[in-house]
Every structure is written in structure tokens, then in C-alpha cells.
Design a protein around this ligand. Structure first.
Ligand SMILES: [Zn+2]
Length: 315
């Protein structure tokens, strides 16, 4: 298939661009409605087929691989051993879209979310938590290319309501788009500076490597932030991410096989660094040009770290 010239331009910019891009993509609607009667996927005819996309294997595992916690491989090509589950309701958070069974992570991520939710109480009623990882991490059948090693979490920009959400509400309530229709700024009808404070609290945690948001949101946070601004360096513009922010933790010390991200560039990233995102060729893209918002179809088990075979093949 021929690609439109604008796509080539974007690809060129993308390839020459910042390493901050590495390994993140959510679908344009990362919060599609779920279902109340999820049917299990049919078993695979040949799970040992070497050409089988690894997402078919990881997407069928409903329980974690027990054992000590290890994030194995890269954020967009790895898996998770010893994953734990974020309880679906806590004092300052609730998990959305339970049918996706993606509220799993490295124990450090679960502990971070619990503590962040509590610490943010002064500015934010509570977190609505979207996708983290599958029980054993790995590529997913729908949605992300990252979120594979239990260190990524999507959190809605909509605050948690004051009641315990029903299963129906968790599956069908909509997220709120923070970005104006021209995509040049936030929608003033919904944006509040409390959201900047919320990300300030998250970014201040040394466990956090990066936070991905839509460029219009980063631009607004640059305006909202006061004199203390160093934390803005961790807030990275990315495609999509208009209804949620994506928190990525650093590789934990217990995970020697975890591939770390390069450190974020110094500087708050509020100047000309943002221009690229508002250029005509990029502004209306929902995805990085090489990523249709899904795990790479060719990502077979052979392309993941060797240990991931053991993790996904165990019963
Ligand atoms: Zn995400």
C-alpha cells in the first residue's frame, strides 16, 4: 500500500526524532466500552507455531506467572513474572474496564499507584485506573504496543466519583477528552489546573520515568506550572493521550533483564520542542506513523526475551 507523502514526512521526523518516543502507543480510544459477559477466547490450534503472534498467547493467560517479581525485556517487547493485581477498589482509586483484565503489574507499580492515589488526595478525589498490564504482561490483542512489563499504567483525567462504581459503570462510563477540537490547546470547558497538580505529584516520585500526555495538555501544564518546573521534563508529549495520562516507572532493581529507557532530556520541554507536535503533518495523527496502535503483528515469541517463553507457556 502506498503511503501518503505526509506520512513519509512524519516517518522521517519520527525516525530522526527523540528517543523519548521509544515504545509507547495507545489506541485513539484507549477506553472503549467493555462488556459484562466476556467469553473466553477459543483455545489455539497450535500454540507452538513459531509464526504465531505472541499476543495470542499472552492474551489468553488469565493468571500471573507465580514467583519473584521480574520485569523482563523492554516496555514494548517484554513480559512480566510475578505480577500482582491492583485491587479494583481502594481508598483513593477504582479500576475501570474490568473485562480487560489488565489491572496487573510489577508489585512496584501496584504500590506506586496506591501511594500516589493517597498522596494526591489533597488535589484529586481519586484515580480511575485504566490499563496496566496483562497478568503475565506481554503484547496485547488490542490497544497498546507498550504496557508489556508491568511498569506502565493509564490513568483517566476524569476524577473518581464519590461512590463505589458498579461493574456496569466501570465498563460503560466514558472518559473525558481534555483537548479542544482544533487540538491546539485544552478544552477550557473541562480543563482544571488540579490536573497539573496531580501530574506534578506523580512526576515528583523518583520511581517515575516518564508521563505521556497529549501535546495540548503538556502545553497547558507549562502554563499552569508555577516556579517549581523541573518535574515538567518527565511529562512527554505523545500521540493520543487526551483522556488519560500514561505513567511509566523506571526498571526496578529486582529486574536485571528490564531494558531501561534513556534518561529524559534535561529542560522542561515547554519551548520549541513542542512545535513538532503542532505541525500540520502531526497534529491530526492519533498514532506514531509506524504504529497502528497495536502490538506489532509480527512480534513472535522469538522476538521477546528468552525467559518470556517460560512465562507464557507455563499453565
Ligand atoms: Zn498507556
Amino acid at each position: 500500500m502506498m503511503l501518503a507523502p505526509c506520512r513519509w514526512l512524519v516517518i522521517a521526523l519520527f525516525l530522526s526524532g527523540s528517543t523519548a518516543f521509544a515504545g509507547d502507543a495507545d489506541s485513539p480510544d484507549p477506553t472503549p466500552p467493555g462488556t459484562l459477559d466476556a467469553t473466553p477466547l477459543p483455545p489455539l490450534a497450535n500454540p507452538n507455531d513459531p509464526s504465531l503472534p505472541a499476543k495470542e498467547l499472552f492474551g489468553r493467560k488469565l493468571k500471573p506467572f507465580a514467583g519473584p517479581a521480574h520485569a523482563i525485556g523492554g516496555y514494548a517487547d517484554g513480559c512480566l513474572e510475578g505480577g500482582t493485581e491492583l485491587p479494583i477498589s481502594g481508598p483513593a482509586w477504582q479500576v475501570m474496564r474490568l473485562s480487560r483484565n489488565r489491572n496487573w503489574g510489577h508489585p512496584k507499580l501496584v504500590a506506586f499507584l496506591e501511594s500516589f492515589a493517597t498522596r494526591a488526595k489533597s488535589v484529586w478525589n481519586g484515580l480511575l485506573v485504566g490499563d496496566m498490564s496483562q497478568p503475565r504482561g506481554g503484547p496485547m490483542l488490542t490497544g497498546h504496543s507498550s504496557h508489556q512489563i508491568g511498569l506502565d499504567a493509564d490513568i483517566w483525567f476524569k476524577p473518581m466519583p464519590d461512590h463505589v462504581l458498579s461493574r456496569e459503570e466501570r465498563e460503560f462510563d466514558s472518559a473525558i477528552n481534555m483537548v479542544a477540537s482544533d487540538r491546539l490547546g485544552v478544552d477550557p470547558a473541562v480543563w482544571t489546573p488540579a490536573r497539573t497538580e496531580l501530574l506534578h505529584i506523580a512526576a515528583g516520585d523518583p520511581l517515575v520515568s516518564r508521563i505521556f500526555v497529549n501535546a495540548a495538555i503538556k502545553k497547558q501544564m507549562c502554563k499552569d506550572a508555577g516556579l517549581e518546573r523541573a518535574w515538567l521534563a518527565k511529562v512527554r508529549p505523545w500521540f493520543g493521550h487526551a483522556e488519560h495520562f500514561h505513567v511509566r516507572l523506571n526498571c526496578p532493581a529486582d529486574s536485571p533483564e528490564c531494558k531501561p529507557q534513556p534518561p529524559v532530556e534535561t529542560g522542561e520541554g515547554c519551548g520549541h520542542e513542542l512545535d513538532y507536535w503542532f505541525s500540520e503533518s502531526v497534529l491530526h495523527h492519533e498514532f506514531p506513523p509506524e504504529e497502528p496502535g497495536k502490538a506489532k503483528p509480527g512480534l513472535t515469541l522469538a522476538k521477546l526475551p528468552h525467559a518470556c517463553r517460560r512465562v507464557v507457556m507455563a499453565p
